[in-house]
Design a binder for this molecule. Sequence first.
Ligand code: SIN
Length: 548
Amino acid sequence: MESDFLVIGSGIAGLSYALKCAELGTVVVVTKKKDVDTATNLAQGGIAAVLEKDDSVESHVQDTMVSGAGLCDESVVRMVVESGPERIKELVALGVSFVHDKMSSSGYSLGREGGHSCRRVAHAYDLTGREIERALLEKVRCHDKIRLVEEHMVVDLLMVKGGIPGWSNSRQQRKCVGAYVMEGGRVEPYLAKVTAVCSGGVGKVYLYTTNPDIATGDGVAMAFRAGAEVSNMEFVQFHPTCLYHPEEKNFLISEAVRGEGGVLIGADSVPFMERYDPRKDLATRDTVARAIDKELKETGEDCVFLDISHRDSGYLKKRFPTIYEKCLSRGIDITKDPIPVVPAAHYMCGGIKTDKNGRTTIAGLIALGETACTGLHGGNRLASNSLLEAVVFADRASHYCRELWPELKGKKIEKVDNWKSGNATELSEEIIVNHNWDSIRRIMWNYVGIVRSMQRLGLAKKRMEAIYQEVDQHYRDYYITPNMVELRNISLIALLIIQSAMKRKESRGLHYLIDYPEKKKSAEQTVFRRKGAENTWEIEVMEGQGNG
Ligand code: SIN
């Protein structure tokens, strides 16, 4: 398989970028499950942008920076916020239908979420992600320059000697020319002039997550193995309100519910957020998730409750149709009953380090969406800034590809070796893989959660190092399967999160370490770099905000 552009992942970042690159050349989009199995498709809240007359770029910038706890790159924040309205217009032109409100100056009905000082979230009720995914997929599926390949799993990136002029490649003389892709038992090289990893987040590293099953950190893991710098992995965002029900493991109760007046209460029906933050239920996510964690530990209860039953029932059914139906199917009528909720892993603020054009530190490799660490989110992502980041960086990266195109267009892609299985044999017992999956997710949930301690992190590190070695050995000894490839990725991601959490000796944003409860005066970024062989790396703490 050979194309001009290879895109790994079919969420908002991958599809937006694919549509723009298809104006230049041929595009292959690879996704490991069905095209709609993405975090985008599950996004409820919406996309934040300055759309109303009484809102301002300055205000959105400030809200993002405050939420980011001193680690955002201000120039990136400004660039993203300024591009927001244009990108929303583009989505509308592509067929995305946001909810309208004739009375507002923007013409849109705008939602409010935690950390935002005004209403600025364009939405499609609580189905925003699904609406965006629908519109983008409709365009991609009928585009004659784009081939969408489902049920194909990327195993690793393809690297050759060389570089791309102007693409900083200071630490290595290698560039990315595509990826090894597995279908059934076969692994084939997919060659491309530029490869973009847009494969979503890492939520499945935790026992409880709002993420879909695809969120196994594949993009970050394979880019890291290929030599890309990876940054700020300790900043895992826990969404405060995931539905607490034995039959529902990952159903999100959107922050927009609190934006429309929902109040967090304990089992005693008493609101508690006013004891933690003057912004109460609309404080930033790090604060709200930590407050819930504290309430649960102190009371010994299994969950807290989110109560919006004071709002008109007709309004609730219209504004939150998915949440209303899902809760009702589990015997909870949100128009009358408080909703049982707990925090769950939701979003990785760190990831593959990129510049303002989505370029990683490897020539030929772009990273977009949750997979990337662009400098926008800092230590805690502001609600509904993620879909915005995805479309803005997809646009920036496609512009960069356009600039590069005269140089790349006529170039032949270097040939690479076919995949070799060596002396691998068939794995006869799946239990070896499944047991490690379960162990990793429990270790991470119990030892590397919302509130951390050096002792628990140390225990987690010891256990994860042993699991990582074992999984790596299995990967070499047996024919690979999708389950094994994901386990290999998730075990590496777990180790990177633990190591960077131990390295950051302070509490900031989403990273709260009881041994170091204060925020340091200076801002620091944790950066991983591979050292020589695949399984050795170093972690460095770099002073400064953003990606420099
Ligand atoms: C939500 O609807 O609460 C999720 C939105 C987000 O993660 O930004």
